[in-house]
Design a binder for this molecule. Structure first.
Ligand code: SAM
Length: 252
């Protein structure tokens, strides 16, 4: 196998190998944030960096047309299985496989930080119609949540080199489309709670790319397991409180 040119390239493609687990345990997106971002009228949307389609499914349920784009064929295979009939194209934010002015809105959930912001912004300018929107979403864990704090501690103890990523909740969030033709048009936040078995919590932590690729992965997961067993409720589940933050930009 050819080694990746940059560690981030390896991280960006770390998801496909765990696509089924990823799909089962990663949190979804509340419909209210899609309504806030897009309004009620059915639109032509693109789910960019769609992965296994967590956001695609909400967009479809809200009545929008969706083209899903992702570089990872394994993630798209899962998306197609869960949303048969949806158009799902292999492609990247830097080279969108879409015609000029073909979308009312492009939404990027938990994926903008994987793209080159300059090249991806130029593609958004090309593909989003004037008056349309680019929408960046991230799920973040509540820092005050005790289980979240225990997970962070486990990462910091066993993989100090990852402390900054753990502190930043895994994903850097560059909530900006660096092109003057997109002006900031509001942000919102919704609270969600992930209810997981201990096994699924471990699977979830194992899908975080910076944990998945760490040599300390097993030690981190062993400590997370210990913390989870201490936090498990009578129904056998643990709860992680999270926020979905949403940033909308309007195309002039
Ligand atoms: C953390 S996952 C998010 C998937 C999905 N949007 C979700 O919220 O569950 C990040 C996704 O970004 C994709 N990705 C990585 N590099 C990309 C790029 N340059 N352009 C578009 N997508 C990219 C990965 O293949 C992966 O599916």
């Amino acid at each position: 196998m050819t080694p990746p040119a940059h560690p981030d390239d390896r991280q960006a493609t770390s998801f496909g190998a765990v696509a089924d687990d990823y799909d089962r345990v990663r949190p979804g997106y509340p419909a209210e944030v899609v309504r806030w971002a897009l309004g009620a009228r059915p639109l032509q949307t693109v789910d960019l960096g769609a992965g296994t389609g967590a956001l695609t499914r909400v967009l479809l349920a809200e009545g929008h047309s969706v083209v899903a784009v992702d570089p990872d064929e394994q993630m798209l295979a899962r998306l197609r299985a869960r949303s048969p009939g949806v158009t799902a194209l292999v492609g990247t934010g830097e080279a969108l496989p879409l015609p000029d002015a073909s979308a009312d809105a492009v939404l990027v959930a938990q994926a903008w930080h994987w793209m080159d912001p300059g090249a991806a912004s130029a593609e958004l300018v090309r593909v989003v119609r004037p008056g349309g929107a680019a929408v960046l979403l991230w799920t973040t864990r509540d820092p005050d949540d005790p289980l979240t704090a225990a997970v962070r501690q486990a990462v910091v103890r066993h993989a100090p080199d990852l402390a900054a990523r753990a502190q930043a909740d895994g994903s850097p969030r560059p909530a900006r489309v660096p092109d003057a033709r997109f002006r900031p048009d509001g942000t919102t936040r919704a609270d969600t709670t992930a209810v997981l078995s201990v096994a699924d919590l471990l699977t979830l932590v194992g899908t975080w790319s910076y944990v998945a690729l760490s040599p300390a992965r097993d030690a981190v997961l062993a400590e997370v397991a210990q913390a989870a067993r201490a936090a498990v409720g009578a129904d056998g589940t643990v709860r992680l409180s999270q926020h979905v933050e949403v940033h909308r930009f309007r195309r002039s």
